[in-house]
Design a protein around this ligand. Structure first.
Ligand SMILES: Cc1cc2nc3c(=O)[nH]c(=O)nc-3n(C[C@H](O)[C@H](O)[C@H](O)COP(=O)(O)O)c2cc1C
Length: 314
């Protein structure tokens, strides 16, 4: 991949159309600034941060990079108005919203000169994003780690369909960890990619070392999209997952499920390293991740693999 400009590099003023996803318990200032320093767009994941911790992360990120970076705001978590206020006060220039209505904050942020991208898992919601006036759309297939759509639409099917119905810059997410996968997504119509799982297993990610190592040991079939009617989320099939599925299968008891879920279980798993009692969010592509690497090496590999992937001809 060369440094040629495209819709995404122009929009965010970055070198490569590679977005490091905002991820709870992983994407602090270290990961975000490292990704931005490599020429991609680093995102701080605000969803696992109390407002004062977010402010601290933004300030540290500003010191660690002079390149553009952004903040991911998952709209299903609390303290949203406070988080938006901090983003405005700290002069953040790029926000990726997800898991909610793109109309809620897009105009408020854009009025302050902030570029807004919104994450969706279906063509229907991509069209709603366009109506809401976002600057870019992230279309995330059901392979992806973390919260996801109900429809089980894969990245391979989602991207060409979204492309057909929207004209805004399009970012593909879900199942991308290799340069060849990035190239495939761009051949399908994406202008750039958002990568989560691959960056979760990096030195700079703030998750627990036991969890990062576990990611490198996962095989095909080790993750599953559960809680489809409630809040679909892809996670590792461990003891906690089995408990959750147990409650879910007995009458969809929402209260009991909400009591078992919540931020505490995700923290316990990914941040504190409890591989059985904690919630472990990761994508199907973890089966292709064999090593915890520095962010710089991830970028080098992506670019090399992208350039080496052949353009097939018939
Ligand atoms: C551990 C983990 C945490 C995540 N947390 C968030 C989050 O806080 N907000 C969000 O919008 N997406 C979140 N995601 C989804 C990512 O932003 C991204 O879209 C997804 O990981 C892309 O798919 P991939 O994992 O196959 O690369 C998370 C994903 C993972 C793996």
């Amino acid at each position: 991949m060369n440094e040629s400009r495209n819709k995404i590099t122009e929009l965010f003023n970055i070198k490569y159309p590679i977005i490091q996803a905002g991820m709870i318990w992983h994407s602090g200032w270290r990961l975000a600034s490292a990704a931005s320093n490599c020429g991609g767009l680093g995102l701080i994941g605000s969803a696992s941060m109390y407002p004062d911790i977010l402010r601290e992360n933004i300030q540290k990120c500003k010191k660690a990079t002079d390149k553009p970076f952004g903040v991911n705001v998952a709209l299903l978590y609390p303290n949203l108005d406070e988080i938006i206020q901090i983003i405005l006060e700290e002069g953040v220039k790029i926000v990726f919203t997800s898991a909610g209505n793109p109309k809620t904050y897009t105009k408020i942020l854009q009025k302050e000169g902030i570029k807004v991208a919104h994450v969706v898992s279906s063509t229907k919601f991509a069209v709603k994003c366009e109506d809401a006036g976002v600057d870019a759309i992230v279309a995330e297939g059901f392979e992806a780690g973390g919260h996801n759509g109900r429809d089980e639409t894969t990245t391979f099917c989602l991207i060409p369909n979204v492309k057909k119905h929207i004209s805004k810059p399009l970012i593909a997410a879900g199942g991308i960890a290799l340069g060849s996968q990035m190239k495939a997504a761009m051949i399908l119509g994406a202008d750039g990619v958002q990568i989560g799982s691959r960056f979760a297993a990096t030195i700079e990610a703030s998750a627990h070392e036991i969890w990062k190592k576990k990611i490198t040991e996962l095989n095909e079939g080790d993750t599953h999209l559960t809680l489809k009617e409630l809040a679909p989320v892809r996670m590792v099939k461990n003891k906690f997952f089995n408990e959750l599925e147990g409650i879910y299968n007995v009458g969809r008891n929402t209260e009991a499920l909400m009591a078992s879920l919540g931020r505490a279980r995700a923290k316990k798993g990914m941040f504190e390293g409890d591989m059985e009692e904690g919630e472990l969010e990761i994508g199907q592509v973890s089966a292709l991740i064999d090593e915890v690497l520095p962010v710089k090496t991830v970028f080098e590999n992506l670019l090399k693999e992208f350039n080496e992937a052949t353009n097939p001809s018939l």
